[in-house]
Write a protein that binds this ligand. Structure first.
Ligand SMILES: *Cc1c(COP(=O)(O)O)cnc(C)c1O
Length: 230
């Protein structure tokens, strides 16, 4: 079997095991294949192995792949930092944006979402580790931003996203993901109907699923190591 197909099968098996261990249905967890830095042919290979949703964090690179692979009808998720002058193409080319952290950016995405397309699915990124260098609103800041997004008709707020600091400490991984789940539950208690917790990557997806992840974003474990890091 080709490598990407075999890797996908292994990642799906990890998701299923983690779900079972948590008493959850494996089908409740969506696998987002993070294809950043890999060429369109790798995306096509993953799609041939049954993968439908792909994540990218660099606009220009993504748009090239999206254009080249248009026929496949893939679902594209923007997961990287958003510059104010890039909101137009992001709103036009992607079905999801996971990395919304400012009201101004949300408003621009809303205004740029083309008529005739359904509302853009968005998640609020939360800086659950409190690292200075990391993107995302500070825990607690998601509440105001959620209120603002709820008023924007061309956006659909789906949930929260986090990228905790890398650590092999499984208990710490669990704490970071648990915090994101608690913040989502709090928003739900204030009337926001959210169905998405975007958390967990190649090295920590088990901990994320144990804490309620509904979408895991996996790159390395599917496509192999990246030689250009962004
Ligand atoms: C690169 C990236 C991933 C995938 O990370 P891996 O460790 O390669 O699985 C997930 N989420 C975001 C936001 C990323 O930028």
């Amino acid at each position: 079997m080709a490598l990407i197909a075999a890797n996908l099968q292994a990642v799906r098996a990890r998701i299923a095991r983690a779900a079972q261990a948590a008493g959850r249905a494996p089908g409740d967890i969506v696998l987002l294949a993070v294809s950043k830095t890999f060429p369109a042919r790798c995306v096509a290979e993953a799609h041939a192995a049954g993968q439908q949703a792909f994540g990218e964090n660099h606009l220009q690179e993504a748009v090239e792949k999206i254009t080249e692979l248009r026929e496949l009808g893939l679902e594209w998720h923007f997961i990287g930092p958003i510059q104010g002058n890039k909101t137009g193409p992001i709103a036009a080319h992607f079905q999801w944006v996971h990395s919304v952290e400012r009201e101004r950016i949300a408003t621009r995405l809303n205004d740029a979402r083309p008529e005739g397309q359904p509302p853009l699915n968005v998640c609020i990124q939360v800086n659950v580790s409190g690292e200075e260098s990391k993107s995302g609103v500070a825990p607690g800041g998601e509440s105001r931003l959620a209120e603002a997004i709820a008023r924007l008709p061309r956006l659909k707020l789906r949930g929260l996203m986090a990228i905790p600091e890398p650590t092999s400490d499984a208990a710490l991984q669990r704490r970071r993901f648990a915090l994101l789940r608690q913040l989502k539950d709090k928003l739900a208690a204030h009337g926001h109907a959210l169905d998405t917790l975007s958390m967990g990557m190649s090295d920590d997806l088990e901990a994320a699923i144990a804490e309620g992840a509904t979408m895991v974003r996996v790159g390395t474990a599917i496509f192999g190591p990246r030689n250009r890091e962004r």
